[in-house]
Write a protein that binds this ligand. Structure first.
Ligand code: F6P
Length: 405
């Protein structure tokens, strides 16, 4: 069995739900396997500075009691630091010295693609480490803790925004995190019956969005006995325009991994729709016929955007993420103590611990376009002409399936 006496637990990148469950699961499993677990504070910044640290928090039975899985964020703290880019020629040696100082023989590292890429680098430099996948963006090859919690939050926000939208007959746009993929916008939007979901995977044709919006918005108001209606759009921050270009506010800056901070998608959608409404005589006629038109003050419906930002990854954690987080945290320790390194745990299924090289796990996964066309058949607008859905049938126990033709 392993010679490791102590392990370090480190969380990095954007925080989200489920990280404390990873920490708790890893610490409890370490304890069970006779190994001490310590928090490496502040992600990779803490790892780099470990050698100058006086004291590490030991996750013994009593301390772990205070790591509450339900709370999002991480008891271990985070940073966005790319080790290979640190301007210090002795950085890997410095990390080694830090680990030696506390006799830490292996690391459980929880994070997304950037964190995973640093972990691959560390593993290649000989540091034993196992990756517990975490990102609200859900853009890793496998499920990552935090995705379900964020999608639930988004669904709640979008559902809530409809009450004010309906009261003022406004078109409401909610812009959500997700970086270069639309997984959480997609799941959250579907979860809240959003009318339109705009994701980076589909360059948006705003004429399509406009026609869909008009049809739903006008019908709802016409059919309502109190003339009330709204239309909700969820837009992923990484939405692209019809030419495939990201909508970025150049002033927002870039992070340590060279990613442009994305911001402004909702504003862009707002302008696109408003420009079309101002020119649309049918809209004016509709407002007049429904007693809403006021010259100079209400000549076209209002559009409002809301950007919940960090709220979608704050607060609480879903029960699904708590259990998944505990599983991958604990399984990471088992792998580490069995001498396995440079891998990502992606599932614990009964007695089976499933893992893959982290290099593979961090390859970007996009929203499945077949699932998009599936929901297009249910008339959710994705900013393009609906694409037909061609089902493939997979039967389990075909002998027990009855057909009526
Ligand atoms: O990667 C997770 C994420 O929440 C992205 O969706 C978002 O673009 C980014 O982090 C924001 O990061 P920060 O909190 O560092 O601004």
């Amino acid at each position: 069995m392993s010679k490791i006496k102590n392990i370090g637990i480190l969380t990095a990148g954007g925080d989200c739900g489920g990280l404390n469950a990873v920490v708790r699961g890893a610490a409890r499993m370490a304890d069970h396997m006779g190994v001490d677990a310590y928090i490496i504070h502040h992600g990779y910044a803490g790892l780099y500075n470990l050698v100058d640290t006086d004291h590490l928090v030991k996750l013994d039975e009593s301390r772990v009691d205070h790591v509450l899985s339900f709370f999002a964020g991480s008891e271990a703290g985070h940073s966005r630091v790319k080790i290979s880019k640190i301007q210090d020629p002795n950085k890997y040696l410095r990390i080694l010295e830090g680990l030696k100082k506390f006799d830490i023989g292996g690391l459980v590292i929880s994070g997304g693609d950037d964190t995973g890429s640093v972990m691959v680098d560390l593993a290649e430099h000989g540091f034993p480490c196992v990756h517990a996948p975490k990102t609200m963006d859900l853009d890793l090859q496998t499920y990552s803790v935090g995705g379900d919690s964020s999608a639930n939050k988004i669904a709640n926000f979008v559902q809530d925004i409809k009450t004010t939208g309906r009261t003022h007959n406004r078109i409401m746009i909610v812009e959500v995190f997700g970086r270069y993929t639309g997984h959480t916008a997609f799941r959250g939007g579907i979860g809240a019956d959003a009318d339109c979901i705009l994701i980076p995977e589909i360059p948006v044709d705003f004429d399509e969005v406009y026609e869909h919006m008009k049809r739903y918005y006008m019908r709802r108001i016409i059919e309502s006995d109190v003339k009330s209606g709204t239309y909700t759009i969820v837009v992923a921050e990484g939405m692209t325009d019809v030419s495939g270009k990201y909508i970025v506010d150049e002033d927002a800056g870039i992070d340590a991994f060279g990613h442009k901070k994305l911001f402004g998608a909702a504003k862009y959608v707002h302008k696109q729709l408003e420009d079309r409404m101002k020119e649309d005589a049918e809209i004016k006629k509709f407002l007049r016929e429904n007693g809403m038109y006021v010259p100079g003050q209400f000549e076209y419906p209002e559009i409002r955007e809301v950007v919940p930002g960090h709220l979608v990854r704050s607060g609480g954690t879903s029960a699904f993420d708590v259990s998944f987080g505990k599983q991958i945290g604990a399984a990471s320790v088992i792998l580490l103590l069995h001498g396995i390194t440079g891998v990502t745990v992606y599932e614990v299924s009964g007695a089976e611990i499933k893992y893959m090289p982290t290099r593979e796990a961090i390859k970007r996964k996009l929203v499945d376009l077949d699932m998009v066309s599936f929901y297009e058949q249910l008339d959710v607008c994705f900013g393009r002409k609906s694409v037909s859905f061609d089902p493939i049938f997979t039967e389990v126990f075909p002998e027990n399936i009855n057909r009526y033709y």
